[in-house]
Design a protein around this ligand. Sequence first.
Ligand SMILES: *Cc1c(COP(=O)(O)O)cnc(C)c1O
Length: 447
Amino acid sequence: MTESAVGGPSLPQGRRLVTAIPGPGSLERLDRKKAYVADGVGTTLPVFVVAAGGGVIVDVDGNSLIDLGSGIAVVSVGNAAPAVARNVHAQVEAFTHTCFMVTPYDGYVDVCVALADVTPGDHSKKSALFNSGAEAVENAVKIARVATGRDAVAVFDHAYHGRTNLTMAMTAKNMPYKNGFGPFAGEVYRAPMSYPLRDGLTGEQAAARAIDVLEKQVGAGNLSCIVIEPIQGEGGFVVPAKGFLPALAAWAKDNGVVFIADEIQTGFCRTGDWFASDDEGVVPDLVTTAKGIAGGLPLAAVTGRAELMDSVHVGGLGGTYGGNPVACAAALGALEEMRGGSLDARAREIGAIMASRLGELAAVHDVVADIRGRGAMMAIELCKPGTTEPDPVRTAAVAAYCHQQGVVVLTCGTWGNVFRFLPPLSISDALLEEAFEVVAEAFASTR
Ligand SMILES: *Cc1c(COP(=O)(O)O)cnc(C)c1O
C-alpha cells in the first residue's frame, strides 16, 4: 500500500520551527479568517495546517508542531491513518451518499455490528448513527424518554454534552458554551459530581450525595435517564472516585432509570480500555460515542440494549447524513487500526510516560495540585500553591509558551485551570518525551 506523500504516518516525525508561531503565512490567513469567518468560531493555536500524521501537524510556513490534542481526542489512530485514508478513497469513488433511511448500504450496518462488539457488556445491542456527539446525546435522551415514559434528565456538575439546545442545558459551564443562548430545554437536573481533589469523598459517599439530590429534588420515578461522562472531558478531566459510577449505575437499575455513559471523549482506546466504563466493569444501558470513532470524519452513535433502542417507533430516529457511507468507511478503517495496533495497550504505555513526566513536574512546581486521568487521557490541575484556588492565569501562560515552542496543548475545566493531554496514539515515545520537555520548560519559564 502506498502511503500519502503529504500527510499521514509518512510525514517526518519531529518538531521543527522555521518561523515564529504563528508564522507570516498563517498571519495572512488569519486576516482572511477574521474577515469571513464568524468571530464566535475561535481557534486555540492559529496556525493553518497543510498536513498532519503520526504525532505532528505541519503548517503553511513549514513549521512542524507536536500534537498533544488529537483535534480534541478525535484522531486517536493518527491523522490520515492508512486504513482510514484507504477506506475513504475507496468509498468516495463508489458512492458518497444515498441516505441510509432511503436506500441502505453495508457500511452503516457493519459499523453497528462493530459497536455491538466493542462497547461494554455482552447483552444484545443495537445502534443508530448520527453526525456529531451532541446529536448522539440528544438521541440517547429521546430513546430513554420513550422507553421509560418519563421526562427528567439527570446530569452532573462540570458536565459537557454539546452545544445544541438540549445539550447546552445538559452542559454545566456558562462561558463560552451557554451565555446568552437561552432559553434552554427544561427537565434537566444537575447533581454533584465526584471530584476527589475538591470533595475528599469516597466514590460511595459521592454517589450517595448525588442520589440524595436526585431523590429529593427530582424523584426517581420522574427520571428517564442519568447521563454521565465516565471521565469528564471539557469539564476538567475529572475522574470520579472508584465506586461512584458502579453505585450510580446500580441505583439507576433499581429505579428503572436508563444509565447513559457519554463516552464521546473517553471512547475507542483513549483511556487504555476500549471504553472508560470498562475500568470498573460498568455496563451502561446506552453509550454515546463520536470523536475517536472515525479517524476524523464526522460520525456519532448511540449503542445500547436492543429492547431500549427498539422502543422508538419506526422513523423516530435518523437524519439526512447520519451514518454517511464515507464516515462509516472511515470508522471501519479506524477500528482496523485500533485492533491491529492494539491501541488500548498503546494508550496505557503513553499514559505511563505522561504520568511519570507529570509526576516530575508536580514535584518541582507546587502550582500543580492534581495529576489525574487514565491512559492517553491525562490532565494536571493548576491551583494557587497549597490551596484548591484555581490558577487560570498561570495555565494560560504555560499554554502560550508551549504553543510558541511548537507543542499543541489544550486546556479545559470549569475554571480554565486544567491542562489536558490527548496525544494521538500513533505518536512515538521520542516525540512525546520531547513535547513534555517543552511543557517542563514552559513551567520553568512562567510564573
Ligand atoms: C465533544 C463532546 C460532546 C459533543 O460532541 P460534538 O461532536 O462536538 O457535538 C459531547 N459529549 C462529550 C463528553 C464530548 O467530549
